[in-house]
Write a protein that binds this ligand. Structure first.
Ligand code: 5AD
Ligand code: SF4
Length: 435
């Protein structure tokens, strides 16, 4: 039977969100339509994440839950990084899985669905350069803030991380293809474009680098705001820092993970920078763009991490004064060097450190939000708020701002920030002065 309705569930990072959107567009172009709920879906795509432990287990239990009360099940496609990592093993472990499709192969979904309809159980975890992008339909729908993947893969080999294995080597999409898709998104209503890549700032077409690409996108009609994530400190070059000073569309926000504040641990992580080099980059960035908000990622409990190492992490959090940050307990990943290192840290110690780190980060996030109270700025309206007449938009520093306004999603309005909460701001719309 050919499925007529589908549901896609994406887990993990923003790149998976982007892939989920592209799969939905692809299936819609085939004449399928989104199902109103899971029970009604003829096809369910689980777009999985493999970055931390239990990801695979979670994927299999999610698959199990797709069995309906009457014993029937939808057509099931396992997609994303668990699919890439497990390959044919996935169908051995769960016979319910009809299709296994990796992150570089999902343009083949229509064909694989047809094969599954004929009783086959297709698996494609090939990693051809950027073939999928050429095979996907043009962008016709976009939210005010849209994602655009420009780079995939990673050559950095941090010792804790599976990404170099699941997503392969660093590759950049062609400049012309990126500009074309950015133009399509802007024409479809996107005002803000967030450029995505596991190492987005490593983007290069061999001649021109990431900063040049940002400048070209900024020149496109309709693109009012540009963001990017995630960056590696090693690829934060001078042109990119200069772009933050000179390109008004480039928002004052930088997600630059450091992972630890201890040089001993950074070395064991194979991070290729120490704490001082990281802070030096931020200092340059702040002199280029003094109001820039910094966010980061942290891992606590990397093998061998002592209380002293952890203190160094708390210190760097204080020194940077993060506007936001994400922190994780170290999770051993099969096949990575750190998984077999000695001195794996006990769970209770990790729990305790994670809690202390998150408290410290929350304090800085609140302080950052408070420091913006009273500022006059602009927000991009993204969606309706909970209260009647209330809308939610984003400040240049990526804060959620609640405001009473008649403006609609996609509008950029002038606001004054009135008060700060831990996770959002309240603002008041300022009326444009009469000309
Ligand atoms: N364990 C815990 N956290 C990890 N991350 C990546 N690999 C692991 C792991 N094995 C975190 C890093 C990275 C973020 C996306 O996930 O902080 O920046
Ligand atoms: Fe998860 Fe990494 Fe895959 Fe994103 S790229 S879904 S973070 S494993």
């Amino acid at each position: 039977m050919t499925p007529r309705t589908f549901q896609i569930k994406s887990f993990g990072c923003q790149m998976n969100v982007y892939d989920g959107e592209r799969m939905a567009e692809l299936l819609s172009a085939q004449g399928m339509s989104p199902a109103s709920n899971r029970e009604a879906a003829d096809l369910v795509v689980l777009n999985t994440c493999h970055i931390r432990e239990k990801a695979a287990e979670k994927a299999y239990s999610d698959v199990g839950r797709l069995r309906r009360e009457d014993g029937s099940k939808p057509l099931i496609a396992l997609a994303g990084c668990v699919a890439q990592a497990e390959g044919t093993e996935a169908q051995r472990r769960s016979p319910m899985i009809d299709i296994v499709v990796g992150p570089q192969a999902y343009h083949r979904l229509p064909e694989m669905i047809a094969q599954a309809g004929r009783g086959a159980r297709p698996v494609d975890t090939d990693m051809p350069a950027t073939a999928k992008f050429e095979a996907l339909p043009a962008r016709r729908r976009a939210s005010p803030s849209a994602f655009l993947t420009i780079q995939e893969g990673c050559d950095k080999f941090c010792t804790y991380c599976v990404v170099p294995y699941t997503r392969g080597a660093e590759i950049s999409r062609q400049r012309s293809a990126v500009l074309e898709e950015a133009r399509e998104l802007a024409d479809a209503g996107a005002r803000e474009i967030t450029l995505l890549g596991q190492n987005v700032n490593a983007w290069s077409d061999g001649e021109r680098g990431f900063a040049d690409l940002i400048r070209a996108i900024a020149r496109l009609d309709g693109v009012e705001r540009i963001r990017y994530t995630t960056s590696h400190p090693m690829d934060m070059d001078e042109p990119l820092i200069a772009a933050h000073a000179e390109v008004p569309e480039l928002m004052p926000y930088l997600h630059l993970p450091v992972q630890s504040g201890s040089n001993r641990i950074l070395k064991a992580m194979n991070r290729s920078h120490d704490a001082e080099a990281y802070l030096a980059i931020l200092a340059k960035m702040r002199s280029a763009r003094p109001d820039i908000a910094i966010s980061g990622d942290f891992i606590v409990g990397f093998p061998g991490e002592t209380e002293e190492d952890f203190q160094a992490t708390l210190n760097i959090v204080d020194e940077v004064g993060y506007a936001a940050a994400y922190s994780f307990k170290y999770s051993p990943r099969p096949g990575t060097p750190a998984a077999v290192m000695e001195d794996q840290i006990a769970r209770e110690i990790m729990d305790d450190r994670l809690q202390r780190l998150q408290e410290r980060i929350n304090g800085h996030q609140m302080a950052f939000n408070r420091s913006t109270v009273g500022l006059s700025t602009q927000i991009l309206i993204e969606r309706k708020g909970r209260r009647e007449g209330q809308m939610i938009g984003r400040s240049p520093w990526l804060q959620s701002v609640h405001v009473e306004t008649a403006a609609q999603p996609g509008d950029i309005i002038d606001v004054t920030l009135l008060s700060a909460g831990p996770n959002s701001m309240a603002g008041a719309e300022r009326q444009k002065e009469a000309a």
